[in-house]
Design a binder for this molecule. Structure first.
Ligand SMILES: Nc1ncnc2c1ncn2[C@@H]1O[C@H](COP(=O)(O)OP(=O)(O)OP(=O)(O)O)[C@@H](O)[C@H]1O
Ligand SMILES: [Cu+]
Length: 367
């Protein structure tokens, strides 16, 4: 019934849920697994530099920040931006790297003042055969706090660690709780290391077994596919360029409206409010729409099953038959219009009244 879909899609738009086509609204009711990107989706995606640790005697803290931030100047990664911002706040003079290369899912390599710099995760250090044993304990500790710790090596020697922290969105925990209570499995996916990922997951109520960590950017789509192959109907929620293939692979892709244009193009539904409650609201709207369609089918069936025998027995005058048919379509439309009163955010509003929080926040765009 196109009327119900039309009303449902309009209802979505009214609530900041932009649906690219009726079929996506239809499909969303069946979702039973939702994969959430960590950075920028569960968290705010505004990381800041929190810790600078030097291996004893190797280098001063100032020099470490200066070198690392100079290298990260060429990086477009949010982690790099956070480090540069942190250095600027400390009034450091940065230099231009002579050479720069980003290694997706690992970190960066740069040449600065004749020194070779490697900045990144354990995987990067081990692929370069750099011994990190003196710093490992510190890294574990930072990760346990939910921070992203990046190891720094100068000329193949580990000299320090810089850590960056991001905070979870205020609405993430309640949205994830709502999804779980709707019978949907909620999974976190991230390129970040397992310890950090689990610490963040814990803050929003996702158990460790539902955390997919250390997933390379190009492998996110494959993880979504793997769930689909297990028979799950999978939704993917993301904000970044590297989420785009996974968004396209999922049965329904949701883009965070404050994220990148690339993610929005790849997604089926864009959440203008920029938070995860929109995912639960979308699925509720989809379920209400499908219910509405079934009701319409039911009424159409009733009219027909009553009408046909009556007509066959010759009791149905043409006038009456016409009237019944008209009434049947009117009742379908009226029922579809009932959907107009549906509020996909109702349950969240209830809770908000209790906590005096204002809703909805207008979406803020990030470039
Ligand atoms: N510019 C960079 N500087 C230092 N380390 C980096 C940089 N880019 C990536 N890394 C390292 O590689 C890891 C994986 O990066 P990736 O971009 O795949 O995921 P992420 O941004 O950490 O998380 P998410 O997948 O949630 O967005 C990072 O956690 C970090 O340790
Ligand atoms: Cu992200």
């Amino acid at each position: 019934t196109p009327t119900s879909i039309m009303v449902g899609t309009g209802k979505g738009a009214e609530n900041g849920i932009l649906i690219k086509g009726g079929e996506h609204l239809e499909k969303a009711h069946a979702l039973n697994a939702i994969v959430l990107d960590k950075t920028g989706t569960i968290t705010k995606g505004e990381p800041s530099l929190t810790d600078v640790i030097t291996a004893t005697g190797e280098i001063s803290e100032e020099e470490l920040i200066r070198l690392v931030a100079s290298a990260e100047r060429s990086s477009e990664h949010p982690l790099g931006e956070a480090i540069v911002k942190g250095a600027k706040e400390r009034n450091m003079d940065l230099v231009e790297p002579q050479n720069f290369e980003a290694i997706p899912g690992h970190g960066i390599v740069a040449a600065i003042e004749g020194k070779a710099l490697f900045i990144g995760n354990r995987r990067l250090m081990s692929s370069e055969n750099i011994d990190i044993s003196t710093l490992e304990k510190k890294v574990d500790e930072l990760e346990g706090e939910g921070k992203t710790a990046m190891l720094v090596a100068v000329d193949n020697k580990a000299v320090g660690v810089v850590a960056v922290a991001d905070t979870v969105k205020e609405t993430s925990a309640e949205a994830i709780q709502a999804l779980r209570s709707m019978g949907i499995q909620v999974i976190m996916i991230t390129g970040d290391n397992r310890r950090t990922a689990e610490a963040i997951a814990k803050q929003v109520g996702i158990p460790p077994e539902d955390v997919l960590a250390e997933v390379l950017p190009q492998d996110k789509a494959r993880e979504v596919n793997r769930l689909k192959e297990k028979g799950q109907v999978v939704g993917m929620v993301g904000d970044g360029i590297n989420d785009a293939p996974a968004l396209a692979t999922a049965d329904v892709g949701f883009a965070i409206g404050t994220g990148t244009d690339v993610a929005m193009e790849a997604a089926d539904i864009t959440l203008m409010r920029g938070d995860l409650r929109g995912v639960a609201a979308s699925i509720k709207l989809s379920r209400a729409t499908m219910r509405n369609i079934k009701q319409n089918l039911f009424w159409a069936l009733i009219y027909n099953t009553l009408g046909i025998p009556v007509a066959a027995l010759g009791y149905l005058s043409p006038v009456l038959a016409g009237a019944a048919m008209a009434f049947s379509s009117v009742s379908v439309v009226t029922n579809a219009l009932r959907l107009k009163r549906f509020d996909p955010y109702r349950d969240f509003r209830k809770e908000e009244k209790a906590t005096f929080r204002l809703v909805p926040e207008p979406a803020r765009r990030r470039e």
